[in-house]
Design a binder for this molecule. Structure first.
Ligand code: PLP
Length: 358
């Protein structure tokens, strides 16, 4: 007989990481393609020499660097073992009763339903609009007396859609001040909205119920080291520190994040190429007849419905791993130009379009 585990865990959708396969091009996990910059690699190597010592549990130096970067106080910053850990901690600090609700758009980031259920709270999912964007009005209308936490993913993973500042502020105005709103900006650095730039940290100034999540995993290229951060009101940050798993942000991650912030100009320059590739991919796919919402992130979304899984298989057979999502669609990361070309060659080939767009 095996040990008794919470029976409700059986219904938790298992987190399905992007697959990989030897020799295949991986456009499945929204990673950045280039490895760490030399200065970052050096910081990692130096930190590794102290691997026998615990890391700084408060991540003081990194918090100070993030605070300076955003022009906020250290008391406004919490560090997490990836921003996904912060998502889980946010449920822990807001939800205590089984009737407590966590509200988010669907489809959105895979982790939201999981961290909600792990936290014994109730997920309230509001369908995306027909344009694959958050339905902000419907989300505001779905707030109840039980709502404790709202995740807004901007740009949205996996559809790439994003709102500008005015739309988001209208939403924030409509949400009661006692409900914590999390602006998950994992793809912030890829936003190229012409105007009305939605910087959550700016929107959060003067709104104590708004918290922003950013990560070093995407544009900063440190997905393998697991480090992200939250910027919010000191009371919320203090609560996050209470539920933080001690020492879960390791020494290498802290050192690499500090070095990456120092090298940010060079790293953020890279996002220009990625944004251009994403736009190029979208244009080619539109040309071939696909529906592709405008993306403000480092990936494109193909709403292929029932054919999503089959498309994912066919793409893998052609040597490119992409990410199918149930019966909703397929997310394709913008990688290096030659990788994207391989994918486009597959996706726009007459056999492929005949099979999937017929
Ligand atoms: C990738 C991603 C994250 C965070 O990733 P970490 O690697 O845990 O920092 C958070 N939110 C969204 C929407 C993401 O796509």
């Amino acid at each position: 007989m095996s040990a008794r585990i919470r029976p409700d865990l059986e219904s938790i959708p298992a987190y399905a990481p992007g697959r990989s396969r030897p020799g295949a091009v991986k456009l499945a996990s929204n990673e950045s393609t280039p490895g760490p910059l030399p200065t970052v690699a050096k910081a990692i190597a130096e930190a590794a020499e102290l691997a026998n010592r615990y890391p700084d549990n408060m991540a003081s130096e990194l918090r100070a660097a993030v605070a300076e970067f955003h022009g906020v106080d250290v008391a406004n910053v919490a560090i997490g073992c990836g921003s996904v850990a912060l998502c889980q901690e946010l449920v822990q600090i807001t939800c205590a009763a089984a009737t407590d609700e966590v509200l988010f758009a669907w489809r959105s980031f895979e982790a939201y339903p999981i961290v909600t259920q792990v936290g014994n709270a109730r997920a309230v999912q509001v369908p995306l609009t027909e344009e694959f964007a958050h339905d902000l009005d419907a989300m505001a209308a779905a707030v109840t007396e039980h709502t404790k936490l709202i995740f807004v993913c901007n740009p949205n993973n996996p559809t790439g859609t994003a709102y500008g500042r005015a739309d988001l502020e209208r939403f924030l105005d409509a949400v009661p001040e006692h409900v914590l709103v999390v602006l998950d900006e994992a793809y912030y650095e890829y936003l190229r909205l012409p105007d009305d730039h939605p910087n959550g940290v700016e929107m959060g100034r003067g709104r104590s119920n708004v918290l922003v999540l950013r990560t070093f995993s995407k544009a900063y290229g440190l997905a393998g080291l697991r480090v992200g951060y939250a910027v919010g009101a000191p009371e919320v940050i203090t609560a996050l520190l209470k539920v933080h798993i001690p020492f879960s942000v390791n020494r290498l991650a802290q050192a690499a994040a500090i070095a990456s912030l120092e090298a940010r100009e060079e790293l953020l320059d890279r996002t220009e190429h990625v944004a251009a590739e994403r736009d190029r991919m979208r244009a080619a796919l539109l040309d071939a007849g696909y529906v592709v919402p405008r993306s403000e992130a480092n990936f494109v979304w193909l709403p292929l419905g029932e054919r999503s899984a089959e498309f994912g298989e066919a793409s893998a057979e052609a040597g490119i791993i992409v990410r199918p999502y149930g019966v909703d669609g397929v997310r394709v990361t913008a990688g290096d130009p030659h990788e994207n070309d391989l994918f486009l060659a597959f996706a726009t080939a007459p056999e492929t379009t005949a099979r999937f767009l017929g």
